[in-house]
Design a protein around this ligand. Structure first.
Ligand SMILES: [Zn+2]
Length: 294
């Protein structure tokens, strides 16, 4: 077993490593491995929005790599009924490291039948009321996306969005928003229908920064954010207003984005602002813990 792990580690792992974890990484609890990895560039980071269950090669290896690099945790975002069971299972197996949100992506929502959505909402309620499995830390991603939705599906999209806002209100959970070409409508809908904390996922529209922050909401900055947009967002936002995400798995040309890619976003933010990398890691991770109560 020991030899196998060393061979595996040599083959797959680049960068700094904790020797203790190479020896026996599968059996190291997350808390104790964190202490032993303080020199790793990804130490203490959260990826606040990824889709582990959608990974083409399965999620296990990626989760283990994130643990080995001493990330603090991952929030896997379930986009619809088909992924729910797989997502809860990952949070169950990797309790204290993988957390999850449950929502209905606008594209999944227009494909799903009404009864299917109702059944899904009841499953989310059940997982909370039964109390023996991990509970979602947020409702999302939900929202409106007018880039590809047919005009005939718009009213269904709005109904779904409202139904899941109601669910977040009922369960007292924060809301993760997916929004494209619908910012004004999404902001107005949220203002009139919820008092829950709201996280704007994949935020790349600096012109809405002030309005979102004026409502006390949070910006989730994506791995792909350009330096000019980072700069524009931080003209208004502070580190208290943001969390970081990869939205992985994503294929960017030959590059496969995984939660481990989040370190590059930290570097990019540090390069165009006055914030140091350590400060970015500490503050954004603290924001994740406080917004999602983890
Ligand atoms: Zn997503």
């Amino acid at each position: 077993m020991f030899l196998k792990v060393i061979i595996y580690a040599r083959k797959h792992i680049k960068g700094y490593l904790c020797p203790y974890i190479i020896m026996d990484y599968k059996h190291v609890p997350v808390e104790s491995s964190t202490e032993r990895c303080s020199f790793d560039a990804l130490y203490g980071l959260f990826d606040s929005h990824c889709h582990l269950e959608q990974n083409p090669d399965g999620a296990e290896e990626i989760i283990l790599e994130c643990k080995r690099h001493c990330m603090k945790g991952l929030i896997s975002v379930c986009t619809g009924p088909a992924d729910f069971e797989k997502t809860v299972k990952l949070a169950e197996v990797h309790s204290g490291f993988v957390y999850y949100a449950a929502g209905l992506h606008p594209f999944e929502g227009v494909k799903a039948m009404e009864e299917e959505i109702e059944e899904y909402i009841n499953k989310i309620r059940d997982v909370i009321s039964e109390g023996n499995r991990p509970k979602p830390v947020a409702i999302g991603e939900i929202g409106l996306d007018y880039t590809l939705v047919k005009s005939s599906d718009i009213s269904k999209s709005k109904r779904n969005f409202l139904a899941f806002i109601d669910l977040a209100n009922e369960l007292n959970l924060p809301i993760i928003i997916h929004c494209r070409e619908a910012y004004n409508e999404v902001i107005e809908t949220l203002k009139s229908n919820t008092k829950q904390k709201v996280i704007f996922h994949y935020f790349n529209q600096p012109q809405f920064t002030k309005e979102i922050l004026d409502n006390g909401w949070i910006l989730s900055l994506p791995f792909t954010l350009s330096k000019s947009k980072i700069k524009a967002i931080f003209e208004t936002a502070t580190l208290d207003d943001v969390v970081l995400e990869t939205d992985s798995p994503i294929q960017l040309g030959k590059k496969r984005v995984t939660p481990l890619s989040i370190g590059e976003l930290v570097r990019n933010i540090s390069n165009v602002t006055s914030f140091g990398e350590k400060e970015i890691v500490e503050k954004t991770s603290r924001n994740v813990s406080s917004v999602f109560k983890i």
